[in-house]
Design a protein around this ligand. Structure first.
Ligand SMILES: Cc1ncc(COP(=O)(O)O)c(C=O)c1O
Length: 383
């Protein structure tokens, strides 16, 4: 029976335990498996190569992303580095001009040493992407909405021009999750995730995913997953399955709160600029509406002259000053010195990741409490 997303979140992948009838997938906390004779394993050999709890989660994420093959990793960056390891020296990637600082760092400080180069392009500008697709380019790497400026890239338009020239498209779908956006259905070849964020949803697991449709690509990525070994453990796989069950209800509430907060910030006398793809006048609003089922719940904003961001961060109370995002609790961060500090200042300035930028991950608390906390912190930040 084909299931709609809200049922798939709960019953997708492997639904419970066939052996005992337990309604939850058990935690197979084992590193290895008994073999009945030489060459006679029961489908499992060693937990880096495969583990039943992880396999259930991998099947679930593949189904949610409308993909055929899913792979689970110990972090988003373990997933991303496994994808990057599928390229060769002298290959080049085009990357969105604002992406998570750690994704930039691994390209700039790790893979560049192995002669995998990259070029930063404003991927919301399709002409700019087209012009950048030279012969050595093998793939375009997109975040949409991008971290931290929530820039929207037309995934289908990029996939169409990239495929015409034989290039692959990789989409980091962390900010929207498959509940809201399914990049493979828009033409992307590879989807990656930091599962640490909305998919897990409770700020208690670090995890990552890759999902693809192509068998040859999947075989190569499985090979690399096993060869490199950054796999997700059984207990964390269990926690991810548990978190994903409530993704739909959480996302609905996250978005409801975020819309109200974004509008409140737009009207606030102390706020200079608000970045949120759910605002009708946001650049990319129409494209996001076309390719996704909602704008997500990440908001970035800047305060006007005369307000001190340091004082703002010092005085939030309900909202927690912390790295990460996507949990049930509201988190706030300073991208320039925290999540995006690995990006050189010249690039940050050029892209718009200013010293005054504040990134808010809107939680699912009572929206009036979040707004009150924001207002109090803004009032306190007045110099
Ligand atoms: C969009 C995005 N992609 C990838 C990552 C990296 O994921 P992880 O921290 O799980 O390694 C992050 C982390 O913040 C992120 O925001």
């Amino acid at each position: 029976m084909s299931l709609n997303i809200n049922s798939l979140l709960i019953h997708g992948g492997i639904d419970g335990d066939y052996a005992t009838g337990a309604v939850n997938v058990p935690i197979y906390q084992t590193s290895t498996y008994k073999q009945d004779g030489l060459g006679e394993d029961r489908g499992w050999e060693y937990s880096r190569t495969g583990n039943p709890t992880r396999a259930a989660l991998e099947k679930l994420i593949a189904e949610l992303e409308h993909g055929k093959y899913g792979l689970a990793f110990a972090s988003g960056l373990a997933a991303i580095s496994t994808v990057l390891s599928s390229f060769k020296a002298k290959d080049k990637l085009i990357v969105s001009d604002n992406i998570y600082g750690g994704s930039f760092r691994i390209l700039d400080n790790v893979f560049k040493n192995f002669d995998l180069s990259y070029e930063i392009v404003d991927t919301s500008d399709i002409k700019a992407v087209e012009n950048a697709l030279t012969s050595e380019v093998k793939a375009v790497y997109i975040e949409s909405p991008a971290n931290p400026l929530l820039t929207i890239t037309d995934i289908k338009a990029v996939a169409d021009i990239a495929h015409k020239k034989g290039k692959k498209v990789i989409v980091d779908n962390t900010f929207l999750t498959p509940y809201l956006q399914r990049p493979l259905t828009l033409g992307a070849d590879i989807v990656v995730h930091s599962g640490t964020k909305y998919l897990g949803g409770h700020s208690d697991v670090v995890s990552g995913f890759i999902v693809v449709n192509d068998k040859k690509l999947a075989d190569r990525l499985y090979y690399l997953q096993n060869a490199i070994g950054g796999v997700l453990g059984p207990f964390d796989s269990f926690l991810m399955i548990r978190g994903i069950k409530t993704l739909g209800v959480r996302m609905d509430r996250h978005i409801e709160n975020a819309k109200e907060i974004a509008n409140h910030l737009v009207d606030h006398e102390a706020v200079k600029k608000v970045y949120y793809p759910g605002l009708e006048n946001a650049k990319g609003y129409e494209i996001n509406k076309k390719q996704a089922d909602g704008p997500g719940a990440m908001i970035s904003f800047e305060l006007k002259e005369g307000y001190d961001v340091k004082r703002f961060f010092k005085s939030v109370k309900l909202i927690t000053l912390a790295e990460s995002l996507g949990g049930v609790e509201s988190l706030v961060c300073h991208p320039a010195s925290m999540t995006h500090a690995a990006i050189p200042k010249e690039i940050r300035d050029e892209v718009g990741i200013t010293e005054g930028l504040i990134r808010l991950s809107v939680g699912i608390e009572d929206v009036n409490d979040i707004i009150r906390d924001l207002d109090d912190a803004i009032a306190f930040s007045k110099e």
